[in-house]
Design a protein around this ligand. Structure first.
Ligand code: GCV
Length: 681
């Protein structure tokens, strides 16, 4: 009996010390006492004080003053910061200032006097979580908000603890909104039971400055409201949404608003009633307006029409510019197709000059190796945000077109599709946490460099809780190589998956392994890879110039001409915009075919190099995370081999050219690859 008891104790204590990654980047240690001067008290200010007390690494017993007072230089929830004072217009601003001060201390940066204002008013996570707890494109376990079964609506202490941790992590990087359910919205979301749970979640998130939002189904009035139609111009429908919205605000007075996917991938929408997308969005916007709520209306639309899918969103939305209410924000995915490993920016950015437009990024790695591959997404987002649209002259970057710098938007926002689930480490892959972190940091400051973001994250996540841990040796042997690996990881993944502008060549619908051949009979053409790569014996790539779909014309000059001309088109987008012969001469002097081979091989070799880099980090990382990352990298490099072999052997059937001799031979046979299903874990 005693032995069992001792065993249980050992198990419990082992478990308590085992590193499971749950603490994310919030791990301050060796804190010192601090004196706080703050004349006010509230839930949010108390959190701010508590954070300072439990994370202060500055001078022992230093005094820090927290002051809420109006300051014209400070915008929204921004703050003014100095070594010993934080001042803000709002209490949430104070909380953000505290996190910034602690971040500086914990990453070993000096605390400079500064004003820090958010780039976007709303910095929102989109959870694609379903009421039964599953998550569309989720790779880190079930939902932290929803579950099925008898206890589905009971709000337990464990729920509250987890939501508090979630809220704290978000607030620490400036995220101030959460859409709690999937854009493919269930009708249940507007039921009394669900709204009751939303109220409970909102109560936990509120002190951290986070508003809750819901995705709604456009056909709700007819599907659950007993009406004959959901026509947005029908007064009964208008009344239904008005009443429902009032009900929501009675429960959640600071409710953020609705996110809507309408007339897209089978979802109902205003076009079902012969109305425009603007009619639909405005009707919901009017219901929300008295309460200060907003509608985020998605522009992710395409149909099985003959028009190039990459053009369809712009064709549909641009003519509607100027017709949306000012509490509608058009939510546009970064690229014109769908979160591919690399896409040029969507031409809607900067083009819709009379509407609020917000970027939608994907943090969950649907198309980038899910929770197996190590891919730091910040570099991809930085490339996107800093892309010049030229819409109002040179320097009209996507960042400036969406953050209010160029257009006087009533509302500015940015969304990221969350990668969070019930896994102990929240995100599945220890390095996937860096993407949650990066989204928040870039949403706060869209000019931050990925290098800085990676640097901060590594220090906070692996740095043992404080600046004292950052010896020169640690910086040069751990921080620098790991940061370099993170910064290269997106390009490396593009290389072994879809280099030179190739896109959407995945097998089947799970979007994980390669399937350039995948085209089951009866499947819509634009859901199959051959539609996108267009490989034949003459060449490869999608012609989006004047001789093809002319998607280039949707970009503002000089981009339109630059993309259309094969000589000036950046090679990273070459096959996105051009169908080229296999023998086409690349800038390197190599043929297109050879260049493709070298890119695929380089991707594979680089993942193997990452494996070695990480293997040499054993002394710097706890056993659990070290081994987890090592094992995932092993799988990633096995996957990269499959990607390289599958794509090269398949395309070789068309190019009819040898793989250059200095490249390692494929190890798989094409016929085996054609039937192989790549596993995601
Ligand atoms: C939520 C892609 C994904 C879908 C997703 C859709 C969207 O098609 O594969 O899972 O649905 O995008 O963003 O609406």
């Amino acid at each position: 009996m005693r032995i069992i008891a001792r065993f249980i104790l050992l198990f419990v204590s082992l478990h308590a010390t085992a590193e499971n990654g749950h603490q994310l980047w919030l791990r301050a240690k060796n804190v010192r006492p601090v004196q706080l001067v703050c004349t006010r008290s509230s839930e949010t200010l108390n959190l701010a004080k508590e954070e300072l007390r439990s994370g202060w690494l500055g001078e022992a017993n230093a005094s820090v003053t927290l002051t809420v007072k109006p300051d014209k230089a400070v915008k929204g929830d921004g703050f003014r910061l100095s070594k010993n004072e934080i001042q803000a217009n709002t209490e949430t601003g104070i909380l953000y200032g505290v996190y910034e001060l602690l971040r500086c201390q914990q990453t070993g940066q000096s605390v400079d006097e500064k004003v820090s204002n958010p780039s976007y008013e709303r910095r929102i996570l989109n959870h694609w979580d379903n009421p039964d707890g599953t998550i569309e494109r989720g790779y880190a376990g079930l939902s932290i908000f929803w579950r099925k079964g008898d206890e589905a609506f009971a709000v337990t202490e464990a729920d509250k603890r987890l939501w508090t941790e979630y809220a704290r992590a978000n607030a620490s990087v400036g995220i101030n909104g959460a859409v709690l359910n999937n854009v493919n919205a269930s009708l249940d979301v507007l039921s009394a039971k669900t709204l009751g749970r939303v109220k409970a979640i909102a109560a936990i998130l509120r002190p951290y400055g986070i508003k809750t939002y819901l995705s709604v189904k456009f056909s709700s009035p007819s599907m659950i409201g007993g009406l004959k139609s959901s026509d947005p111009l029908d007064p009964k429908v208008v009344q239904w949404w008005t009443t429902k919205t009032k009900e929501i605000y009675r429960l959640i007075p600071d409710f953020g608003g609705f996110l809507v996917k309408a007339n897209s991938e089978g979802q109902p929408g205003p076009q079902d009633y012969g109305r425009t997308r603007a009619d639909g969005a405005n009707m919901l916007a009017d219901a929300l307006n008295p309460f200060g709520g907003i509608v985020m209306w998605r522009a992710f639309v395409y149909s099985a029409s003959e028009e190039d899918r990459a053009k369809q969103a712009t064709t549909e939305f641009l003519p509607l510019d100027g017709q949306f209410r000012d509490n509608v924000i058009i939510q546009v995915k970064n690229g014109p197709i769908d979160f591919q490993p690399r896409e040029p920016f969507s031409p809607l950015f900067g083009a819709m000059k009379k509407s609020n437009v917000m970027p939608e990024l994907q943090i969950t790695q649907e198309y980038l190796g899910q929770s197996v591959h190590l891919v730091f997404l910040s570099t991809m987002w930085e490339e996107f945000l800093q892309s010049d649209t030229y819409q109002e002259g040179a320097g009209s970057t996507v960042a400036r077109c969406t953050d209010g710098s160029i257009f006087r938007s009533k509302h500015t926002a940015i969304a990221g599709v969350a990668n969070i689930g019930l896994d102990a480490n929240w995100c599945g892959h220890p390095f996937a946490q860096a993407n949650w972190y990066a989204f928040g940091r870039l949403a706060w400051n869209n000019m931050l460099s990925s290098k800085q973001v990676a640097d901060e994250w590594i220090r906070l996540t692996f740095g043992n809780g404080g600046s004292s841990a950052y010896s020169e040796e640690w910086v040069s042997n751990f921080l620098n190589p790991v940061r370099q690996m993170m910064l290269e990881s997106h390009e490396v993944t593009v290389n072994y998956m879809m280099p030179l502008g190739l896109h959407h060549i995945f097998a089947a619908n799970e979007h994980y392994g390669p399937g350039p051949w995948w085209a089951p009979q009866g499947t819509r053409k634009d859901w199959t890879p051959p539609y996108y790569h267009q490989a034949d014996t003459l060449g490869i790539g999608f012609d989006r110039t004047l001789t093809g779909s002319n998607a280039v014309s949707q970009y503002h000059e000089p981009l339109s001409t630059q993309y259309a001309d094969v000589k000036s088109c950046p090679e990273i987008y070459l096959l996105w915009f051009h169908h080229l012969p296999w023998e086409y001469r690349m800038k390197s002097g190599k043929s297109l075919w050879d260049e493709l081979c070298y890119h695929y091989d380089a991707g594979l070799q680089d993942v193997r190099r990452f494996e070695k880099v990480w293997s040499s980090m054993q002394t710097y990382v706890d056993k659990e995370r070290f081994e987890q990352v090592q094992s995932k990298l092993r799988e990633q490099s096995a996957n990269a081999q499959i990607w390289k072999d599958a794509c090269l052997l398949y395309f070789q059937q068309f190019s009819r050219r040898p793989i250059p001799n200095d490249i390692e031979r494929p190890v798989y046979e094409l016929d085996k690859l054609l039937i192989m299903k790549m596993q995601t874990n």
